[in-house]
Design a protein around this ligand. Structure first.
Ligand code: AMP
Ligand code: MG
Length: 405
């Protein structure tokens, strides 16, 4: 086995993931906007109308002609109708007149100013408007939010609710979005038993499946879990090839290290291809990335916290790249509430819990249980703390990146 990058830096691994993902960019599909939540937009969205589409009232009040107002004292105007939010009435305002208007109602022809109801006095069909109303007051102008022809969302944008809502406001009923990758999930290992069944000595319950499935679903995917694979090369090969012929991405956990029962690297080298194996990160070092038949293959190490670290970093990066996500995920930072010494220079992911300090600044408390099998420490935490390559000493108060899970 050889001829592929191994023991590479996290940055190199990221570049390889980005490159392969861009080559394997998923196809687009056209979906109704009610189904695009969380998807990646595949084409620029250009406004075919302005927002607001017409001048309209910002308040409940009266539309009037500013030239009618006496700048020194109150002015009396005749109320000649009502324009509510909805179709524009066929009624132009003449001098000395005003029209009752509600928020969002189109400005009647001839009107140029709105006075709010609370500032006026109304009696017998006459309205008294105080002095001092500014010309053009309380009008929302056509195009002040979006101008027709503008690109409002670029290809590669994440469609979170405010953006889907913007598309709806522009009258768009369907959007061109990237397909979601189909993902097959495998857990491997002779020691694994499904929760609910009795354990024999030496066996453990399969906990990674729930972890990985939950993490994938949190990305908006609908992963399919396959029965756990024994550490048997022939059976592993059959099952993985079967999945690889039908899914965009096969994700496994376990079986990628250097033990006698770790069959996946050799299988991939012989039957598919390896883009890299082993990345300088802790935990998660043995992570394996390659392809098998039509599918991409991501082999995560078996320790629970390795699954978390490799999925949140390289796994999500791959999913983003396959869908053409152009905006990077927002980075988050917090201050260490305790010092940490790495005793090595590798990139390390610690578990930590976010908490606001007395000063209102976001802090993160590292969990001292840093071994990668300590699932309880992951459950007691809510982020992975990223301790970058190179530095070893992280004094209390250091600002560190955190990956929220
Ligand atoms: P491996 O990468 O297969 O050598 O596994 C590394 C460690 O993770 C071993 O202690 C395994 O028992 C454990 N492990 C592997 N798969 C799972 C799983 N699905 N659930 C819980 N622990 C696992
Ligand atoms: Mg194993």
């Amino acid at each position: 086995m050889g001829g592929f990058p191994t023991r590479i830096s996290y940055d190199d691994a990221s570049r390889i993931v980005d490159h392969i993902a861009s080559e394997r960019r998923l196809a687009h599909e056209r979906l109704a906007i009610k189904r695009v939540d969380g998807r990646i937009l595949a084409q620029d969205l250009t406004a075919s109308i302005s927002l607001p589409a017409f001048d309209n009232s910002r308040m409940d009040g009266f539309a009037l002609r500013h030239a009618d107002l006496n700048p020194e004292s109150g002015t009396e105007l005749r109320i000649v109708g009502a324009q509510f939010a909805g179709p524009l009435l066929d009624q132009a305002l003449q001098s000395g007149q005003c029209i009752r208007i509600t928020t969002g109602a189109p400005l009647p022809e001839g009107a140029d100013t709105v006075v709010i109801k609370e500032e006026t006095h109304e009696r017998d069909g006459l309205l008294t408007v105080p002095a001092g109303v500014a010309a053009g007051a309380d009008i929302r102008r056509a195009g002040e939010d979006v101008r027709v022809g503008e690109v409002v969302l670029g290809a590669g944008s994440v469609l979170f609710p405010a953006r889907v809502s913007l598309a709806a406001a522009l009258g768009v009923a369907e959007l061109e979005v990237s397909q979601r990758p189909t993902v097959a999930v495998f857990t491997t290992g002779d020691e694994l038993v499904e929760p609910g069944l009795p354990l024999l000595p030496g066996q453990i319950y399969n906990s990674n499946r729930e972890l990985l499935m939950g993490l994938l679903r949190a990305e908006g995917l609908e992963p399919v879990a396959w029965p756990t694979l024994p550490d048997d090369p022939a059976r592993i090969e059959t099952a993985l090839r079967d999945a690889a012929s039908a899914f965009d991405l096969v994700i496994t956990c376990g079986g990628v290290s250097a033990g006698e029962k770790d069959h996946l690297p050799a299988l991939l080298a012989a039957q598919g291809g390896i883009h890299f194996w082993k990345v300088k990160m802790k935990p998660g070092m043995p992570v394996l990335f390659g392809n098998l038949d039509q599918a991409l293959f991501l082999g995560l190490p078996g320790n629970p916290v390795s699954v978390l670290a490799t999925f949140l970093t390289l796994g999500r990066r791959l999913l983003d790249g396959l869908q053409g996500r152009a905006e990077p995920r927002a980075k988050r930072f917090a201050r260490l509430t305790a010092s940490w010494n790495k005793s090595h220079e590798r990139l390390e992911f610690l578990r930590g819990r976010l908490q606001y300090g007395q000063d209102g600044v976001l802090g993160v408390a590292p969990n001292s249980a840093d071994a990668s099998h300590r699932l309880r420490a992951a459950a007691d935490s809510d982020v992975l703390i990223v301790l970058g390559e190179g530095a070893q000493e992280f004094p209390i108060g250091s600002v560190v990146e955190v990956l929220v899970y």
